[in-house]
Design a protein around this ligand. Sequence first.
Ligand code: B3K
Ligand code: ZN
Length: 882
Amino acid sequence: MSEGKINKTVYLKDYCPPDYQIKTVHLSFYLGEEHTKVHTKLSITRSLGKEAPLVLHGEALELLSIQLNGQLLTENSYQINSEFLILHQVSDQFILEIETKIYPQKNTTLSGLYVSEGNFCTQCEAEGFRRITYFLDRPDVMATYTTTIIGNKEKYPVLLSNGNLIDQGDKEHGEHFATWQDPFPKPSYLFALVAGKLSSIQDKFTTLSGREVSLSIYVQPHNIEKCAHAMASLKRAMAWDEQAYGREYDLDNYMIVAVDDFNMGAMENKGLNIFNSKFILANPETATDTDYQYIEGVIGHEYFHNWSGNRITCRDWFQLSLKEGFTVFRDQQFSASQSGAVVKRIEDVNRLRTYQFREDAGPMAHPVRPESYEEINNFYTVTIYEKGAEVVRMLHTLLGETGFRKGTDLYFERHDGQAVTTDDFVKALEDANQANFFQFRLWYSQAGTPELHVQSSYDVDQQIYTLKIKQICPPTPDQPHKKPFHLPLTMGLLDSYGKHIPIELVGENYITEGIRILELKNQEETFVFKNIPTKPIPSLLRGFSTPVKLHFELSDEERCFLLAHDSDPFNRWEAGQQLAVKIILSLTKYYQEEKSLNVPSIFIEAIAKVLENYQTDDQSFIAQLLVLPSEHYLSEFMEVIDPEALYQARTFLRQTLAHSLKDSFNTIYHRLTSEKPYSFNPQEVGRRALCNICLGYLMALDETEIHQHCFQQFKTADNMTDRIAALSYLADTKSTEREAALSMFYDQWKQDSLVMDKWLSIQASAKCDDALEIVKQLTSHSAFKLTNPNKVRALIGAFCQNNLVNFHHPSGDGYKFLGEFIRKLDPLNPQIAARLVSIFSFWKRYDSKRQVLMKDQLEQISHSPNLSKDIQEITLKSLKMN
Ligand code: B3K
Ligand code: ZN
């Protein structure tokens, strides 16, 4: 481990309310080319009964001066170190003025105040504000902010901060200023500042109560034509939150700024969201349908935070899922309402099962409300976000639409203006419905993915069908023993025509037609269904009503039946996935044993039937039915992951389907290809998705004629969705069209940074033998930039996470490459480096040779000098898995 730095663990059990409160904050920023000076004036009050000294957070700051009630303090009247500024002698109420000097132009961490493409911007969540000035940088300290920004008028014509513009004007020496005031008390993590050369598009939204809100999106001038979709999404999100949750916007203006260098997707700063430009900029030529959908989802997410996060915030960072889990659930509902609930649910479940289940079984497993952390930035995880959203979804399922709304109404009313806990959230839902979620709260405190083992039996004489369900929650690093969860299992029973059998349970005197929610609370539960005339086919866990692994034996025929007939479309998809998983895993075994590979005809026939209905079913949904489970998802089912065998087995299944159903794929592809100009709506998105899936299967045949056709689509497409699909298929081939297409693409789009990310990603993901060499070369290409997180994700992230067969090459070269890269990136941007190092944290899942190679990289990383807290925490926890 590196010398000097010792990570401190922060525990939830140690939480104490703050010793002091800051009521008002006046900030003045003097923006410079070398450094920026920040003058901070705080009115501080001691909390009742507290006697402790005032301890302010501060990081990477140069302290210029401190004044207490107007008196300049000498150096011996305070203590200062690399993390804190401590004042021992303060009264119950006082004014503190602090001047700090910071270096935004040199700030590559992208936390605090930094410069992106010549423009100033901030990122303060979770603990970035302390990189601007000394402060009580914790979410339960809420103050009102007045912010003055002073800077060169020509270089920084636009000066923005949270709230309302209350003053502006010119100053001497070509400078100007703007003063902003935010009337809503907020924690420091929601502070934002932007200064630069930006253009904006403007719009208006009239709230339910008739107030007019002005909406602006600021971007670099050359991107001004690419904001319309983001603006339209924002207006839809505002209307949706009024209708679905009764939430109105509260300020007179809502501003969004897009920046190129950003650690994550976006940030919900009060009234001034800052976005990764990837989630704002779009036009049909440069953005895919998926980009359009993400933009809508992220815009919604950040907007919804205004209530679930900003008006009501987190007491401490252990409560992060209070705002993130709930807001993800809200953005999922919003997206479902815009473009189709089933496909949205499939995408969300896929993500949860692929990434969150893996996290929950690895060294970084933590509950939705963690008990401890070393570096909070490592806890912006799929568990906090996606599992947190599933927990809220279960509450929604248990309470029903109306009960849930009653609960959230009470939550918003009761806690407006406060910093609260996940427990307060659950309590509001309970109180509004006279419900009891005592046991349900375990979802917040216990990590790990529960497993449900289901056994069924049918008694023809008594016409009784029985389901016995056992839940097991595997141990996780900090929690060896678990209690059973309270969970809703949504299900139905189908007859041989696929019709619902009415559900009547022994011990109950009512019948439910169709869908039934079984509530499980005990480790073992038995449900006895009466008046069941024939042996039913159960459709369990409909819509994935609870985040568990379900073990239930069905025959291939039963799965095919569900794929064709289940009235719950999610479970139709799920039946197909289960069948594909089973087949690919058995092909994998055959491949490892060097036996010949065969695909059961029943699966091919089932897919043929899916294709037959391409005109009647929702085409986005059909496209999902045709996507085979990902290598990532499949690997979770293997005792020891064998990336090579898995890749070969999955490819074999794809090719077999392509050969057997070539005519259907061909017909659908040609029938659905359209000359109509691009438009973004659910039907067209579905049509393009299905068309491109069919092209993908055809390309799996690796035939010259199809390569040419694919190249043709690449050249003539009027939109990025069709163009990039064709390019990605060509990139996987050894065809002559491959290089031609890649270089044409580069020539056409080299000026567009976001499109270049796609170009990097496609090459990094391509399944060719020299992928690693290509990636290495691309790290010195002008399209790549080490300090830009999007570039790192597009090239390094894509190679290590989308190109498993090459990354996990037995030589260990992929691991060595990633290890070296992490060591280079960590001193510049620890947050992004930490995301990459977590790829190694699953080393235990591989064979012993790969384990040694990956572990060696983890060890080398952990011995690097001056390692960040972020990386230390993950490497140490991963290495403990011995
Ligand atoms: N709240 C931010 C994430 C901040 C991440 C800090 N490392 C974006 C969001 O979830 O909306
Ligand atoms: Zn969020």
